[in-house]
Design a binder for this molecule. Sequence first.
Ligand SMILES: Cc1ncc(COP(=O)(O)O)c(C=O)c1O
Length: 488
Amino acid sequence: MNHVSASTPTQSLSPLELDPNTLREISSYVTEKIVAYLESLPDQPVCDTENSEVVAASLLEPLPESGENYKELVDLVFDKAVTKGYNSASPGYMAFIPGGGLVHSAIADLISNAINRYVGIWVSAPGLVQIETNVVRWFCDIVGYADDAGGFLTTGGSLANFSALFSARRTRLPEDFLSGRIYTSDQAHHSVFKAAILAGFPQSAIRIIPSDSSFRIDLGRLHKEIRKDRRNGFHPFAVVANAGTTNTGAVDDLERIADISEKENLWLHIDAAYGGFFLLTEQGKQRMKGISRADSITLDPHKGLFLPYGTGCLLARNSETLRKAHAIHACYLPPMQNKAGRIDFCDISPELSRDFRGLRAWLPIKMHGIDVFRKALDEKLDLARWITDQLESLPNIRIVAQPQLSVVTFRVRSFETETSRANAQTQHLLERINAYEHVFLTGTLLAGIFIIRICILSFRTDRSRVETCLRDIRKACLELDSSTSNES
Ligand SMILES: Cc1ncc(COP(=O)(O)O)c(C=O)c1O
């Protein structure tokens, strides 16, 4: 296809344009670097923080006046800058919430950035906007939303939670909204609290409801707090439920929270940043029954769909609520679309200019088909169950909560009566496990008790790595045993 009309005068090449040969050269150089990097991933340390500050300091530099050869620059990234810190692409990375990062999305980003078309408004790139709209529609199908649902891609779960609470505020409360009250459990991710603050609320507007022994929100307490606030003249308007907490992977009783929300006329937002894509599996569907009754849902494709960091999603059961919250007229923009199916993303979300995020989800899903993702997620659930069963047979390990999804939580079965000493033992065990450098686990506090989490979610984490994890935990327990008996 010829994009150049016959009358176009020859254009001079800007010094900032990469000439075709250099572009080909750089692309193949970078591709080889990426291939070598990904091939060596299984053998790279999963966490290396030794001398991090030295490496970081060595990269300090002033604004360069003249240019350098690209090879040296690319080498600097691969051979120096990336070497320190947490290796979140490694199969051994089971810390926080991993995803791995499908390299297909990097290729999609290359295309998006090279063509650099504007996807904030429909008329500017209708074909590309349609691709992104398809992705959002697929996600709506996954959560069970009907045709009038909609949403947009964000940079992550935090911003999706922010836009959810902002939309809830704008649609449910008057301009003077400070008497509004939001309810969530003590297991909610901190981004929910940040979202409420960013949406303009004081911290006192967030009611933290205790969770039960399975780390699900206590529904009796939730209902009681809502009624108490109403009696005291406040305006309960939103509840944030969890579909997979960060600490333990707990899923609130979504059906019953939906019942309460309907009865009390609250906006129900479900933070499914971690758990949402398990809806592709039968087990996930059972666990998250009722999710489609939510007014809005946060998903994080950079977790459960294994995409690289930078892709979150907010869905709303009624897409008009998003428009009502975000649409503002500007005379320098083209008219917004008023035909069904034509989305101006700037009209339903906080951003105007932004990257073309849709392609980074679309390309891998289209290349593989969703069943490959479903099977990978099923595998993670099975691996979490498997290692839990194995850990239960270790004499000095105590499972803290049975996995509801793919987070496994445990601590040292301690005879210490003092919490701080028992916590120190578990902390010590964690340090020993990570010191072998095959896996990287992190901990958290549950009601003051320090616990270790194994979060199995990266598409690269397979049975062999989980077996390695178990072997390292066993070994660390033995070492801990002998050091404790030496002390006594
Ligand atoms: C349950 C939950 N919600 C929200 C977030 C925030 O997502 P992001 O880091 O993509 O902003 C996270 C991150 O781990 C999470 O686990």
